[in-house]
Design a binder for this molecule. Structure first.
Ligand SMILES: [Zn+2]
Length: 416
């Protein structure tokens, strides 16, 4: 594992401070000596930065542990950890079917949460009112000091214009076009709002407190109502020059396959999103079949929804398993392409539509990554399910705020 390298040049104090904080966070518990080794900063610089982080309450000293010197009997080193209560953020996941708001502490733990089901016909002003109410509710429940709330993060279905805080034209929300959702929510709550697409937010959350804490290069496949993607390359979130990178859901996996709303055919999303899986199952069931799923379909086709389909696959229903295995195969194909294209170390699968069949997907992707990328003899690419489960979007949204406040962003070094 490699941490971001720091620099001892002047005028980069805040960058270096965030490099050190990032290292303490990802290591969990560490010492000043280890920080110097990991970041390449001098012992003196580390000492100054750690003193400042302790004064600001972002880091705490947590007892001492024996030094790992050659004799094993060196001076004990003081352990440093991030102080979880130093700051909080509210993360909101906004999906055409759901608004979930979570108050998350600096270590990534959920302190309070609220969920509201919504309908695809929801209007922007109605959605903003629901989000504002949810923010006030989780803050009230958690009883945190107002000054510790660093902001609200909002994860939305793409595409978005992050700089202007606009939701551009989400495919499943009729009548939403260029909605300034970030500023509407900021006006309604009086709190600063950071917006991103749900998949990138989930990837940042994974890097902040999930399975990618110590991973500098990974791809994230986010399965919600649609399928999105997020990328971390050389320790930085990668958005592309026009901020539209990582549209993993619109890679062709079924040549000549169904038309996608994006204009392409046979996209991963067009054949593997929940609605496509349900349509696939209905088509097979219309030709007949046996078992509980077929009986349910005969009673009322609407009973065979995504949840029922995934549950049936887990129970061993052959037809449901055929549909799930097909999606697993598509995910495997896409993962190999991402590994070949970007040389990542890890693929993360997450999002609310992963459901109980996540392990089937993970096993298929693992098998493909072990045997198909061209550089597999140079390094192995692994796959993990997001431990955040259905909450990946909301926890990721909260981490947008932490990321903005504390991540060592090269852009801050490069900006004039
Ligand atoms: Zn598409």
């Amino acid at each position: 594992m490699r941490q971001l390298a720091g620099t001892n040049l002047p005028k980069v104090g805040s960058y270096n401070q965030n490099v050190v904080l990032d290292a303490i966070r990802s290591l969990g518990a560490t010492s000043r000596v280890e920080l110097a080794e990991r970041t390449g900063l001098t012992a003196q610089t580390i000492s100054v930065i750690v003193r400042r982080l302790l004064t600001d309450g972002l880091v705490r000293e947590d007892g001492a542990r024996p030094s790992a010197g050659p004799s094993g009997g060196g001076k004990p080193r003081t352990t440093l950890r991030v102080e979880p209560t130093a700051g909080y953020a509210v993360g909101i996941q906004f999906d055409p079917g759901l608004i979930a708001a979570m108050l998350v502490d600096l270590a990534g733990s959920v302190v309070a949460e609220v969920r509201r089901e919504i309908h695809e016909s929801v209007r922007p002003e109605e959605a903003v009112a629901l989000m504002g109410k949810a923010v006030r509710k989780v803050v009230r429940e958690a009883r945190i000091p107002a000054k510790r709330l660093l902001g609200v993060g909002l994860a939305c279905p793409g595409p978005i214009d992050q700089e202007l805080g606009l939701v551009l034209y989400p495919p499943r929300l009729a009548g939403w076009e260029q909605v300034p959702l970030a500023s509407l929510l900021a006006e309604s709550t009086g709190i600063q709002v950071t917006i991103d697409n749900d998949a990138t937010a989930a990837a940042i959350g994974e890097r902040w407190s999930g399975v990618a804490r110590n991973v500098g290069n990974f791809g994230y496949i986010y399965m919600g109502t649609g399928i999105g993607g997020g990328l971390f390359l050389t320790n930085q979130v990668y958005r592309g020059p026009f901020r539209n990178a990582a549209e993993i859901g619109h890679i062709t996996v079924a040549p000549g396959g169904p038309q996608c709303y994006c204009g392409n055919r046979g996209c991963l999303e067009a054949v593997a999103c929940p609605a496509a899986m349900v349509a696939d199952a209905h088509k097979l069931l219309a030709d007949g079949g046996a078992g509980a799923l077929a009986e349910a379909y005969a009673r009322d086709p609407a009973l065979v929804d995504h949840d029922a389909l995934c549950a049936a696959a887990i129970r061993g229903d052959a037809l449901a398993r055929t549909v799930v295995d097909r999606v697993a195969g598509y995910l495997a194909d896409v993962s190999v392409s991402v590994a070949n294209m970007l040389d990542v170390e890890l693929i993360v699968l997450g999002g609310p539509a992963l459901g109980p069949v996540g392990e089937i997907y993970r096993d298929a992707v693992a098998e493909a990554l072990a045997s198909r990328p061209i550089a597999r003899r140079v390094h192995q690419v692994s796959v993990s399910l997001s431990p955040a489960g259905c909450d990946a979007g909301a926890i990721g949204a909260a981490s947008l705020v932490f990321h903005r406040s504390y991540a060592p962003l090269l852009t801050t070094l490069l900006s004039p």
